[in-house]
Each structure stands twice: as structure tokens, then as C-alpha cells.
Write a protein that binds this ligand. Structure first.
Ligand code: TXA
Ligand code: MG
Length: 328
């Protein structure tokens, strides 16, 4: 039985007993457990069916607690923390001895972030340990942005979902590392490259290197619905293969006349990129549940958080290549 509610003490209870609980953050829901407990961390990997070589993000309550899990923190990291925490910024920092090997998958750095969600922060302040939490979806599937998404995917597998409403940002955090004093973006996310650059000046984009991924979670095969998703081929092409009621559309700002309205999700009528990001995973979840032949997605303007949305759409489309013989 999986309970759903806003009872903080209930979540505390389970977490103190090394159980895993779904928690809200501003980006997506997380599958949380005591980051300092091997037992809890093992359960996270098991519930998520995540390969052990894929490391987890550690969530802490405030900047002062970062040093509980990391050491030799670069000056630039402090500046980024001051500028963007709490918020959708994950820093890769040299790990302290307190962090179990399983969290970092044996890597020398630990991923740390301070989530900007009042419920998550209350919970973290209430607990004597930090929380390890990957996104609360089965490995490779779409991240959840509401308790209903978590329940649909993990019912019966976790004791409790702490309800914090719909996620305000809707896209995962930006993962940032350091090469000396140079900032390296490893995963595009809710904190835009432009905003980071305003603090750091220059920086490097080093997204999933498939030969030697910094974290295998950054491989392309991620964030995908079960229905094939097309990003680079348009609706016209889909209509050559299938009937309108077999096709879904994730549109940026307006529906298309060729498809039934119920097969379409408009991300933001006012062309607001933040609103579009907030609605992206909800759109994928809804259309994926319809059993369509294909979901066609429109690319957003490649700026601000639109860049991260395009990145997630590209990954979802890449996943379809292996399953879809018409091939994208
Ligand atoms: O917004 C978010 O970041 C959400 C919420 C729940 O905080 N969490 C999230 O976690 O997206 P997850 O596990 O789905 O993605 C974490 C990413 C993965 O790409 C992983 O490989 C990378 O961060 N990562 C984690 N620890 C790492 C490490 N020690 N070194 C390199 N990459 C790491
Ligand atoms: Mg994830």
C-alpha cells in the first residue's frame, strides 16, 4: 500500500526507518532515502530499477550543510550556491568520507543540491541526515511532476508519497561541475546556461559523452515515454503513416487543425518558456497513456529553459530510435 498525503511526520517516520519516500521538489518529484544509510540507498536503486553505476544526488537543507557531504569546495562553487540556492542547481564536488560509495557509484565527486520547495526544505530541516533522491520514475521513463505521476508508476513499491502539489519548475536541475575554476555544465536543466554564465563568465558544455559519461544517467536513453516520439520529423510525415486519431502532438503555442484537440497538448499559449517547461512532462505522461502510434513534438526556441526542454525532447526521441523502425 502506498499512502499519499501531506503529513511531514509520516515521511520522517519512514525515512528514519531507512524506507524510501517520494518527496516534492520544485523540479520533479524525488525518490528519497537517508543518504548516509547503505540500506536506504540500496532500496532507492531497487525501487527505481536503476543500474548501480548511476550515481544519486544528495539533497541538503541549507548552504551550511553542504560541507557535511563535500570538501575542498571551489570558491566559484560557493558563489553559485549563494546566487542560486535553494534552487535547481546541482553541484559536483569532491565527496566527504561520510558519503557511501553507492551514492556516487564509486566516482570521486558527489552531486549536491538544495531544493527550492517549502515541503522539501521543512523535511530536510526536520531530519538529522541529508536525502539521496533521484527523480521518482522507473529508470529511463518520464520524470514525475505530480503525486499522481508517482503513484501511477510506483504504487505498492514505496510506503508514502509526500504531497507538495504540482512541481513549479517541471524540469530537472542543472548539473554543474568544475575543472579548476572553469565551470562545466554536465546536464542542461531548469537553471539556464545564460543565468549561470552571468556569474561565471565563461563555461563549458560537456553533455553526455557516451564513451565515458561523467554519470551514465546522462546517456541519451532517458526521460522517454513508451510511445515513439518524433522531434525532427513533422506532423505531415506522421499523417502519411497514421490516421489523425492515432497521432499525438506536443505543441509549443497552438493546436493544429489536422488532429483532434484531445490528442494535443499546448505547452504555453503565451509562448512563455517557463510555463512550457512546467507542462512538458505532464504532456508526455498524458499523451503516453493514450496508446497512440506516435507523439510528434515541436521544438522550443533554443534559449533559457527552452534549451533544457529541447534537450529532454531530443533524449525522448533518441529512445524511440531503438523501438521505432521508421527511425528518427
Ligand atoms: O532536479 C533534480 O535534479 C531531481 C530532483 C529530485 O532533485 N533529481 C534528479 O536526479 O534528476 P536523477 O538521479 O534523476 O539525475 C541525477 C543526474 C544524473 O544524470 C546522474 O548521472 C548525475 O546527476 N549525477 C549524480 N551524481 C553524480 C556524480 N557523483 N557524478 C556525476 N554525475 C552525477
Ligand atoms: Mg532522472
Amino acid at each position: 500500500m502506498t499512502g499519499v498525503g501531506s503529513d511531514l511526520e509520516c515521511a520522517v517516520d519512514w525515512l528514519e526507518r531507512d524506507e524510501v519516500v517520494a518527496i516534492p521538489t520544485e523540479t520533479v518529484y524525488g525518490l528519497a532515502g537517508n543518504a548516509l544509510s547503505e540500506t536506504a540507498v540500496r532500496k532507492i536503486f531497487a525501487v527505481k530499477q536503476r543500474p548501480a553505476h548511476n550515481p544519486l544526488i544528495v539533497h541538503v537543507a541549507e548552504i551550511a550543510r553542504v560541507e557535511a557531504v563535500a570538501r575542498e569546495i571551489p570558491r566559484l562553487a560557493w558563489r553559485l550556491l549563494e546566487a542560486f540556492s535553494p534552487g535547481p542547481l546541482t553541484l559536483l564536488l569532491p565527496r566527504s568520507a561520510a558519503v557511501p560509495d553507492s551514492i556516487t557509484a564509486g566516482l570521486p565527486r558527489v552531486a549536491v543540491r538544495i531544493p527550492a520547495h517549502p515541503v522539501a526544505l521543512n523535511l530536510l530541516h526536520r531530519l538529522p541526515f541529508p536525502l539521496a533522491a533521484p527523480s521518482a520514475n522507473p529508470f529511463g521513463y518520464i520524470s514525475p511532476t505530480s503525486p499522481a505521476h508517482v503513484l501511477a508508476q510506483l504504487e505498492g513499491k514505496i510506503p508514502y508519497i509526500l504531497d507538495g502539489g504540482d512541481c513549479a519548475t517541471g524540469i530537472e536541475s542543472t548539473v554543474v561541475g568544475f575543472a579548476g575554476e572553469q565551470v562545466v555544465i554536465h546536464r542542461l536543466g531548469a537553471l539556464s546556461a545564460e543565468r549561470l554564465r552571468a556569474i561565471t563568465g565563461s563555461m563549458e558544455l560537456r553533455l553526455q559523452d557516451e564513451a565515458s559519461p561523467v554519470g551514465p544517467g546522462m546517456l541519451l536513453q532517458h526521460y522517454a515515454p513508451y510511445t515513439p516520439l518524433w522531434l525532427n520529423r513533422g506532423l505531415e510525415q506522421a499523417l502519411e503513416h497514421w490516421r489523425p486519431n492515432e497521432i499525438g502532438l506536443i505543441a509549443f503555442a497552438a493546436e493544429r487543425d489536422e488532429l483532434p484537440v484531445e490528442n494535443q497538448v499546448v505547452l504555453s499559449r503565451r509562448r512563455d518558456l517557463a510555463e512550457a517547461a512546467r507542462n512538458l512532462y505532464k504532456a508526455m505522461h498524458r499523451l503516453d497513456a493514450m496508446g497512440l502510434r506516435v507523439i510528434v513534438a515541436e521544438r522550443l526556441p533554443d534559449q533559457g529553459i527552452g534549451q533544457a526542454v529541447n534537450d529532454r525532447l531530443a533524449r525522448a526521441a533518441a529512445r524511440s530510435i531503438s523501438t521505432d523502425r521508421s527511425g528518427e
